[in-house]
Design a protein around this ligand. Structure first.
Ligand code: PBG
Length: 331
């Protein structure tokens, strides 16, 4: 026998002791479910995101009641807008009778206790498929206009807040939008509406399946002049300082698993809560490996979500939210 007074394995010897010493918890209350709605009747499976659904407003209300029972109490809404309503000025984004305001109203009035979050960005409404307004120059170049876009984003956020949204979540990455949205909401006595800022949103290859689900991919160019370069981490801290100073209530890092270091660094630098978005491509990486029989879905998903929490995220947006809640209930 070795002379070994210090044996870390003693703390792993039973499930009870492992439970006592576990540093990171994961429960349904940490999870936010991103959902897709469309204007039609009936719920459609989304081929680019197997396991996810494009809900009708009515269908989503029914699903939300089931999710409440599972412990998933916060939804983040994304609209599939028909091509005919997409314009270069994205005016449908600010329509008080539009799909998102109607969905917010239905959820808030028919599902007691639900928290509704909305995405603030123009890409689902903009015929150019960009998160901001696009100016095409005579020399063939294009620019995503910052300040003009922020004006529309403020009106969009106001429209969501007026309909009853609890949290508005700007995902557009324009400069100065958090302060501008905060000021707009406050001037309308909507000071109770929270802002979750997409603080460090990287120009990632992993959003492809999401853009497929909404048919919202940019028609021209890419999003690199507003979303962040994957090589940067100091820049994420700079964005975090700005969003905190501008009045954000929650900061977000997106995607999640390739950017755990960004989350951990942000956790050290700011006191605000941090959210992580486990995005469509990350979801599909697991789904496809599972479909091939290569990975165990339950174990892989729970380990992934736990790791995101361990890195510093208080809450996680994930398409796995309902399934994870079910698995956690059985644990
Ligand atoms: C757009 C938006 C995107 C996602 C959330 N909001 C796509 C993009 O920036 O192109 C991606 C979510 C995902 O991939 O799951 N405002």
């Amino acid at each position: 026998m070795m002379n070994l007074p210090i044996r870390p394995r003693r703390n792993r010897k039973s499930a009870n002791i492992r439970g006592l010493i576990r540093e990171t918890s994961l429960s349904p209350e940490h999870l936010i479910y991103p959902v897709f709605v469309h204007e039609g009747t009936g719920n459609q499976p989304i081929s680019s995101l197997p396991g996810c659904t494009r809900w009708s407003v009515k269908g989503l209300v029914e699903e939300a009641k089931r999710l409440m029972d599972l412990g998933i109490r916060t939804l983040d809404l994304f609209p599939a807008i028909p091509d005919g309503k997409k314009t270069p000025d994205a005016c449908e984004a600010c329509n008080p009778d539009g799909l998102i305001p109607r969905t917010i109203y239905a959820l808030k009035s028919e599902v007691p206790g639900i928290t509704v979050m909305t995405d603030v960005a123009l890409d689902p409404y903009n015929s150019d498929g960009h998160d901001g307004l696009v100016e095409f120059r005579s020399d063939g170049t294009m620019e995503i206009l910052n300040d003009d876009s922020v004006e529309v984003l403020c009106r969009q956020a106001l429209c969501h807040a007026d309909a009853g949204a609890d949290i508005v979540s700007p995902s557009d990455m324009m400069d100065g939008r958090v302060a501008a949205i905060r000021a707009t909401l406050d001037s309308e006595a909507l000071d109770d509406v929270s802002i979750m800022a997409y603080t460090a949103k990287y120009a990632s290859a992993l959003y492809g399946p999401f853009r497929g689900a909404l048919e919202s991919a940019p028609k021209e160019g890419d999003k690199k002049t507003y979303q962040m370069d994957p090589g940067n981490i100091r820049e994420a801290l700079r964005e975090a300082q700005l969003d905190e100073a501008e009045g954000a209530d929650i900061l977000m890092v997106k995607p999640a698993t390739l950017y755990l270091d960004v989350m951990a660094a942000m956790r050290k630098h700011v006191t605000l809560p941090i959210a992580a978005y486990h995005v469509s491509g990350e979801y599909l990486m697991i789904k496809s490996a599972v479909a091939s029989g290569w990975l165990d879905e339950r174990e892989t998903v729970l380990e992934t979500l736990t790791s995101i929490r361990r890195a510093g995220a208080d809450m996680i947006l994930t398409y796995y939210a309902p399934q994870a809640a079910e698995w956690l209930k059985q644990r």
